[in-house]
Write a protein that binds this ligand. Structure first.
Ligand code: UDX
Ligand code: UDX
Length: 450
């Protein structure tokens, strides 16, 4: 099929590269010309394992443009909207980019039936809104013609750091539409994934036993809601374990053991039960805020989700409090932060705990040096002015440190030459380091919830 992807962020790039790999003719459009120039050279503007390698394999099936005319919408079968939907200060999603994309698609529609798939996380009800905008724009540009398109919601569940794997081998595909033609077309487009009959790409072996992926077809509004409800559930699982962790810390229990014990119950499951600094990233914070804001429009409260948010952001303060308790005086102390991205295997800093923690430490008078294996370029360009010294080498961050805080569980931090590092207190914000060994070496180690 001929596919157009609008927006080359994490979601757009993964979708585009995967669909090209599966044999479709893909065009990726982005208003950011710098990104397009990079992509034309086979370089990914975002850091995501396997993305660039797979992109280079499919360069003959994928093209990049910033022009809607060049994108050839009249001959396109499926258009994906994957632009960003950042949070506004009141928690609602900023739909400006979705609106621009919808208007531009409508202006350029041809006579052929086009399926427009919304993959950006938009507030519940936005599918209808996109459709209305498109009709309005189409009418003002196509005298007397009848528009032939349908807007579908197919939310994306990929997690950064494992995005390629999640796109080739998803747990499910959700298609929200009551238009039979759209559902059929998408079923055909996704069929290699649903049937799992494509050759696994290099470096991305198919999980053992995976022979098919379930497709859930439902109405548009339910599909939109599934995305929010899934993310909010994962977010509250994390906050739940962090809340239990706070109590564990008081009563002398170890949250690692508690998590393991509850996770072995198959009804609960062992994933998303790691206590620590809590969630960050582009989705959980934004989506839980949007869900609460939507509920408010209907004069409904969402106390579980609101509490999950409060607990999550409280964990960042808790980590700084724990360090202060240990050092007594933070003023003038050198603190080394290990990791700055919101989680390992990504250079994304959106809602990263590192940012709040740095600001809080600096506010309380500490001197902060931070290292990250891949996120420093982003850190310098977006957070160059918050007072953190960003260090290219981890040794530089650790030099003269009077305390260490592990913020992101990059594997290389476990493998540091700990023997050669002065024995200063370590706050292990992810309960990730080899605590026994470090304590054996003489480091005071403070975990979260232990
Ligand atoms: C995605 C989803 O879109 C979002 O809804 C979800 O909640 C998080 O994941 P992501 O792909 O990470 O977001 O977004 P971002 O990195 O902001 O990329 C969006 C891209 O769209 C950018 O490259 C931006 O330049 C581009 N864009 C934006 C357009 O091409 N056109 C526009 O009008 C606006
Ligand atoms: C998430 C969802 O997993 C994905 O399905 C959705 O499409 C987008 O949002 P992502 O934000 O990329 O993906 O990362 P995820 O792996 O879910 O981690 C989110 C945050 O939770 C990270 O900051 C991570 O460190 C934290 N986390 C995760 C915990 O604190 N404890 C856990 O047990 C798991």
């Amino acid at each position: 099929m001929k596919v157009l992807i609008i927006g080359t962020g994490y979601v757009g790039m993964n979708t585009g590269v995967v669909l090209a790999y599966l044999g479709n003719q893909v065009t990726c459009l982005d208003v950011n010309e710098e990104k397009i120039a990079m992509l034309r050279q086979g370089k990914s503007p975002v850091y995501e394992p396997h993305l660039e390698e797979t992109l280079q394999l499919v360069m003959n099936k994928i093209q990049f443009t910033s022009s809607y005319t060049e994108a050839d919408i009249p001959n396109t079968d499926v258009v994906f909207i994957t632009v960003g939907t950042p949070s506004l200060p009141d928690g609602n999603a900023d739909l400006r980019y979705v609106r621009q994309a919808a208007e531009s698609i409508a202006e350029n529609l041809g006579e052929k039936f086009t399926v427009v798939v919304n993959k950006s996380t938009v507030p519940i009800g936005s599918g209808n809104w996109v459709e209305a905008i498109m009709h309005e724009h189409f009418n003002s540009n196509h005298d007397g013609q009848k528009a032939d398109f349908n807007v579908v919601s197919s939310p994306e569940f990929l997690a950064q750091g494992s995005a390629m794997h999640d796109s080739f081998y998803p747990d499910r595909i959700v298609v929200g539409s009551q238009c039979e033609r759209s559902v059929e077309r998408l079923q055909e487009l996704f069929s290699p994934i649903l049937r799992q009959d494509f050759p696994a790409p290099p470096g991305l072996p198919r999980p053992e036993g995976l022979t098919e992926v379930p497709l859930l077809v439902c109405d548009l509004t339910s599909a939109e809601m599934i995305k929010y409800a899934a993310n909010a559930f994962l977010a509250l699982k994390i906050s739940y374990v962090n809340e239990i962790g706070r109590l564990a810390n008081k009563v002398g229990a170890d949250i690692q053991a508690v998590s393991k014990g509850i996770g072995l119950d198959k009804r609960i499951g062992n994933r998303f039960l790691s206590a620590g600094l809590g969630w960050g990233g582009s989705c959980f914070g934004k989506d839980t805020a949007a869900l609460v804001a939507t509920a408010r429009d209907y004069r409904l409260e969402m106390p579980i989700i609101e509490s999950a948010r409060a607990i999550n952001y409280g964990q960042r303060v808790l980590a700084v409090d724990l360090l202060q308790e240990k050092l007594k005086i933070l003023k003038g102390k050198h603190v080394a932060l290990l990791g700055f991205s919101f989680k390992p295997n990504t250079d994304d800093l959106r809602d990263a705990p590192s940012i709040d923690i740095s600001k809080l430490l600096i506010q309380r008078g500490a001197l902060v040096r931070a290292h990250d294996p891949v996120a420093l370029t982003n850190a310098r360009s977006h957070y160059g002015d918050i007072g953190v010294v960003f260090c290219n080498e981890v040794g530089e961050a650790l030099k003269d440190a009077e305390a260490i805080m592990l913020v992101t569980e990059w594997p290389e931090y476990r493998e540091l030459d700990w023997e050669s590092i002065p024995r200063v207190p370590i706050v292990d914000g992810r309960n990730f380091l080899d605590r026994e060994r470090l304590e054996g070496l003489g480091f005071p180690v403070i975990g979260i919830g232990r």
